[in-house]
Each structure stands twice: as C-alpha cells, then as structure tokens.
Ligand binder design. Structure first.
Ligand code: AMP
Ligand code: ZN
Ligand code: FE
Ligand code: FE
Length: 292
C-alpha cells in the first residue's frame, strides 16, 4: 500500500517539540507517512535537517512554519506551507518574533520566582535542548521540580493567558502573518480555529470572512482533538469562504502527551489528497524554493 496518510502540523526541538527534526522524520517513516510539514513556532531552524532526512528516507517534507498572531480573546496561529525558508524579508520578520521571545522569557522566570518557585532561566534553556524557548519548556521544569504533575496543570496554574506567570509578547496582526507567509511564497492556513475563542462562538464565521478577505488560503479542518461534528462544521465554514482544507496532529512528542504523529489521539487520518491543492495555491503566490 502506498503511504496515503500525511501530517501537516508537527513540531521539533527547533521550537517546542521533543524530537529533533531528524528523529521526527525517522519516526514519520515508521508510521509510513507519505508527507509531513514541519511547523515550528515562529522559526524555520529545523527545516534544513528535516528536508534532508526526508529526501534520504523518501518522505516529502513540506517547509513550513506556525506564526502566532494577535487576537483579542484566545490564540490565533497561522500555518504557512511551502515557504521559502531563505527569503530574506521573511527571515528578518521571524527574527523580530524571536527577539520578542527573548524579551518575554526572563520575565516569566521573574514572575514564577515572585510566586516563590525555585526556577532559573538556565534551567529552562537546558529544558529546551538548545532550540527556541517556549512555555512548554517552563512547564517541563515545573514538572521536574514537582511543582505541578502535568503540562496541563502547569499551564492552568501558571502559564496560560490570565495565569500569574503569564507575560504577553509581541505578535503580528493576522494580516501581517498572512502577508509574511505570502511574501515567502507560502500558503496561509488558520490552525485549530477552536482556540480563537474561549467557547464555541458565532464570531468565528464573520472572522473567517475578514481573514479570507485578507488573503487567508485555508483552514485546519482535520485535527487531533476534533469530534466528527467539529470537523464537519469547520469543513462547511471553509467551503463557505473558499478556504482550502488542511489537517494535522500538532504533534509535540513528549511535550504533548496523548497526541501521536499522524494518528493524533488514535483515530486521526489526514489524506494525501489535501496536499495538492495547497501546493498548487502556493505556486500562485510567487517564487518559492521548496527544497534544494
Ligand atoms: P509560546 O509559543 O512560548 O507562547 O508557547 C505556546 C505553546 O505552548 C503552544 O504552541 C502549545 O504547544 C503550548 N500550550 C499552550 N497552551 C497550552 C495548554 N493550555 N496546555 C498545554 N500546552 C499548551
Ligand atoms: Zn507548540
Ligand atoms: Fe498552534
Ligand atoms: Fe502547533
């Protein structure tokens, strides 16, 4: 049987996954995935290694990224597929986001210390394994030190928006995130739309209208945690606004227990057929160097 399943949302140690890019692609090979997009947060540092390993093992690795964008209520993440990871303008925009993290991260440590927790920035950096530091690495240290017993508890008690260890950081506006991805020759896809609002909201429909007007190309309609009903609802909304369908597990390895590559919580299946329309659309967005 050919490898008909793919995964278009994954993380490596370049951001907050627990597998290196090479380990991730080797793991994808054991899962017999036909294609995989590496979508590290605000960072393309893992792409060279992942693309090279993909070429070695015969798995298509789509150069990609997951950008955080400003949204008043919840979390907005925009995936960019088929980006030119060497595009100068795009890379300088990413550096702006990376600087914002460097400003934010020590402030989180200060807040946690202020709450009486014994935690240092060096420990968090060590937990990141040398890649970009994100909140899951703070959570990892809090677990190691016995302050909390799970990632979930670390976010609920300390790290999520509104919790006492939370610190804001600079983000692009949604329009800027979409434009940055287009600038790098990629397609812009709204990730996990359920995180935009605290509860299912009638606001999603008009927001998608606005984002589609801003050039959004697609939406994640297949995802690890969706019920069938959710998936159907997002598909309908995507069709309404002529958004392409995308799907991924949001695999983070040990940093997101219970979510496995390709299969999510066990039943996820992302068909290869989703990939070609995304690829085709990316070609309309300009010259993109997809691999070398
Ligand atoms: P950062 O980019 O440093 O702000 O961290 C964001 C990452 O933290 C997300 O991409 C998730 O991987 C993780 N995350 C955010 N909220 C939660 C949560 N409530 N529980 C577990 N992980 C979370
Ligand atoms: Zn993450
Ligand atoms: Fe995300
Ligand atoms: Fe993600």
């Amino acid at each position: 049987m050919t490898d008909r399943w793919i995964d278009l949302h994954t993380h490596s140690t370049a951001s907050d996954g627990s597998l290196t890019p090479m380990e991730l692609i080797r793991y994808a090979a054991t899962k017999r995935l036909g294609a995989l997009a590496l979508t590290d947060h605000d960072c393309v540092d893992g792409l060279n290694e992942a693309v090279a390993e993909g070429e070695r093992l015969g798995i298509e690795v789509i150069p990609a990224v997951e950008l955080s964008a400003d949204h008043p209520e919840g979390t907005m993440h925009v995936l960019g597929f088929f980006i030119n990871r060497r595009h100068e303008g795009f890379c300088s925009r990413l550096r702006r986001l990376q600087e914002a993290r460097k400003e934010r991260n020590p402030k989180i440590v200060q807040k946690l210390q202020g709450l009486g927790l014994n935690i240092t920035y060096d420990e968090v950096v060590a937990a990141s394994g040398g890649g970009q530091v994100g909140r899951p690495h703070f959570a990892k240290v809090l677990i190691q030190k016995g302050y909390v017993s799970s990632m979930h508890e670390a976010f609920e008690r300390y790290l999520k928006k509104g919790a006492p260890g939370y610190v804001e950081k600079f983000r692009f506006s949604p329009q800027e995130a979409i434009a940055a991805i287009h600038e790098a020759g990629g397609v812009a896809v709204l990730a996990h739309p359920f995180t935009l609002y605290k509860e299912p909201s009638a606001m999603l429909d008009p927001l998608l209208g606005v984002l589609a007007g801003n050039g959004l190309d697609g939406m994640e309609v297949v995802y690890s945690t969706y019920s069938e009903e959710q998936s159907r609802y997002y598909r309908e909304l995507a069709e309404k606004y002529h958004l392409l369908a995308s799907g991924g597990s949001d695999f983070h390895g040990a940093h997101k227990p219970g979510i496995d590559l390709g299969v999510g919580m066990g039943k996820l299946q992302i068909p290869f057929e989703l990939l070609e329309p995304l690829r085709k659309k990316s070609r309309g967005h300009g010259v993109s160097i997809q691999a070398d």
